[in-house]
Write a protein that binds this ligand. Structure first.
Ligand SMILES: NC(=O)c1ccc[n+]([C@@H]2O[C@H](COP(=O)([O-])OP(=O)(O)OC[C@H]3O[C@@H](n4cnc5c(N)ncnc54)[C@H](OP(=O)(O)O)[C@@H]3O)[C@@H](O)[C@H]2O)c1
Ligand SMILES: *[C@@H]1O[C@H](CO)[C@@H](O)[C@H](O)[C@H]1NC(C)=O
Ligand SMILES: *[C@@H]1O[C@H](CO)[C@@H](O)[C@H](O)[C@H]1NC(C)=O
Ligand SMILES: [Zn+2]
Ligand SMILES: [Zn+2]
Length: 523
């Protein structure tokens, strides 16, 4: 038998496979899956580590050193030139083995590449397989039937790799129910299926939003437990879908509180996607079709449609940027949509996570900014944040001097305890605007029609912001050196319980940001 040109295919394939490999041992590769935050299923590990190498070596041994037995095995009594055949079979076995390693390591385990690379390598593997089939064609058609089983195993292996890649699990700190909201459990969970527009992000840090607390403590009612919350996420894009154009693998990116909308309706088409009727939250939402509940950023990874994945400007440290993705945006969007800028007097009610970023952004947009807090405890901080003035609602007649002078007030209060809406609204000039972004628990407060009489003010609300606004906000923060005030806390069960209690007591300046993810989920 002539050394056919198809042998060239596997030699090329072999070379490509060796180039793809970076020389790590098999075991190191499997260990790497653990630290990457997901693990290979046991049957596949057994197959990969034990059965496949032994079968390959046995195949190579028989083909190369014990050809009569091999030829008997394959019923190929009349092989014209045994040596090239043996070489070719040994080579093809090796090629397949190396390819399996290369595939597993480069694509499944590390998952640093996108599906296009994955498909290309699979294509090379198929070429190698067909090259093998073509070479043995000199043995007559019967040979195909006899080697069919091996090839079935090879192809099954490819299928399994693909399957393993798509079924990869993430790990996160979940709460099991509102009655045990301070108990966080490190669990594996299944993300939604990887879509063409999806980006897998390895999380580096995550801010702790007031909404996380409302959600796990049951303040907002029933939730889909077990649940990992967190929607102020910064990390690295490690895998992008074949149709992704906005994000590149390796890029530092962020994800906020929204992770889906239809991108097709009237609202989605005019940068109001946050108000789309099909919008889905980053955590606690049920993905249509699969029933999978979305899990947030107290986790190893997050899988998000590219529209809600935002490149982070280099100038912004990760823990500074993370809280901007929910708290910052929630303040920024209503500010820009309601004319915050030079010549405007803007109030920010509540100096918490959203409120302190509200002061920073309103100032950066050029307005005269007043922080409106309950007591004087945060006055000095408010001035450091850049507030031009400070009002404490605990003071007698706190509003009198400023009645009918504000153009816009953003309300971030997360409770209605002792909340005197009429006193706040009296601050607004004629047709001034009151925009509430806080989402207190309970039934809310009564609003009388007479409330609006004095100044004809408008009251409204605002939900997060658009992709465009997110990018503009991050750029503004980078350009003006805006810094979130963060308390960094390493993520673990104990710290999560502690910071939730502290947030509950309003004891944070002014945002917790969970860090040291590598200690829990690997590098
Ligand atoms: N609309 C949206 O898109 C959106 C997005 C994210 C979050 N949220 C909601 O916004 C709210 C605030 O979130 P956050 O993360 O900023 O919370 P946070 O860090 O806990 O801050 C809330 C602040 O509200 C003030 N406050 C609390 N109780 C009050 C009361 N009874 N009367 C007046 N002020 C009160 C406090 O400020 P002082 O100590 O200065 O008084 C507190 O620091 C939460 O309800 C959250 O769920 C809404
Ligand atoms: C949002 O919708 C409103 C009402 O249709 C429209 O006026 C506005 O331009 C839209 N987009 C933004 C970014 O506000
Ligand atoms: C306010 O006015 C609306 C519309 O006229 C009316 O339906 C409602 O009952 C009034 N509410 C109060 C509390 O007076
Ligand atoms: Zn939030
Ligand atoms: Zn829509």
């Amino acid at each position: 038998m002539a050394c056919s040109s198809s042998e060239g295919f596997w030699r090329l394939g072999l070379l490509a496979a060796i180039l793809l490999r970076d020389g790590e041992l098999m075991l190191a590769v499997v260990d790497a899956t653990e630290v990457a935050g997901f693990s290979l299923p046991l049957p596949y590990r057994l197959f990969f580590l034990l059965i496949e190498p032994i079968a390959t070596l046995l195949g190579a041994y028989y083909a190369f050193f014990n050809q009569p037995t091999y030829l008997n095995l394959t019923h190929a009594a009349s092989a014209p030139s045994p040596v090239p055949l043996g070489t070719s079979i040994a080579l093809s076995q090796l090629a397949n083995l190396y390819f399996a390693f290369a595939l597993t390591e480069a694509l499944v385990l590390r998952s640093t590449s996108d599906l296009r690379v994955w498909k290309t390598v699979l294509f090379c593997l198929l070429v190698a397989d067909f090259g093998h089939l073509y070479t043995v064609s000199v043995l007559g058609p019967q040979i195909y039937w006899n080697v069919f089983e091996w090839n079935a195993i090879d192809w099954g292996n490819i299928g399994y790799l693909y399957f393993a890649a798509s079924m990869r699990k993430f790990t996160g700190f979940q709460v099991n129910g509102a009655d045990t909201w301070l108990e966080f459990h490190k669990n594996e969970f299944q993300p939604k299926p990887f879509g063409d527009y999806d980006v897998d992000i390895k999380i580096e840090c995550c801010g702790v939003c007031g909404s996380d607390l409302h959600t796990i403590s049951g303040g907002w009612g029933e939730q889909n437990f077990p649940l990992a919350v967190g929607h102020e996420i910064v990390g690295t894009a490690i895998r992008v879908g074949p149709k992704v154009t906005l994000i590149k693998p390796g890029q530092r990116v962020g994800v906020g509180a929204q992770s889906y909308s239809c991108l097709d309706c009237r609202q989605c088409k005019n940068d109001n996607e946050t108000y789309c009727q099909k919008q889905l939250d980053t955590y606690g939402a049920v993905w249509p079709d699969t029933g999978i509940v979305s899990q947030g950023g107290y986790s190893s990874h997050v899988r998000t449609h590219e529209h809600w994945v935002f490149p982070i400007p280099d100038a912004l440290p990760s823990t500074v940027a993370a809280p901007m993705l929910c708290a910052g945006l929630t303040a920024y969007s209503p500010l820009v949509r309601n004319g915050c800028g030079p010549g405007k007097k803007v109030g920010i009610v509540g100096l918490g996570g959203i409120g302190h970023l509200g002061v920073l952004f309103a100032k950066a947009l050029g307005a005269e900014v007043w922080a409106i807090s309950r007591t004087h405890a945060k006055e000095e901080d408010a001035r450091k944040l850049g507030a031009d003035g400070f009002l404490a609602t605990a003071d007698k007649d706190w509003n009198k001097e400023h009645v009918m002078t504000f153009d816009l007030i953003i309300n971030t209060a997360n409770s209605f305890e002792g909340f005197d809406l009429d006193a706040y609204l009296s601050l607004l000039d004629v047709h001034g605007r009151w925009v509430s972004v806080g989402l207190p628990e309970g039934d809310g407060i009564k609003i009388r029609n007479q409330t609006f009489l004095g100044n004809g003010c408008f009251i409204g609300s605002s939900h997060l912001g658009s992709r465009k606004e997110t990018l503009a906000m991050l750029q503004l923060a980078a350009d003006k050196g805006i810094k979130t005030w963060v308390e960094e806390v390493p993520i673990n069960e104990k710290n999560l319980a502690t910071i939730m209690q502290r947030l509950h007591k309003n004891d944070v300046k002014y945002r917790f940001c969970l860090t040291n993810y590598q200690d829990q989920f690997g590098a």
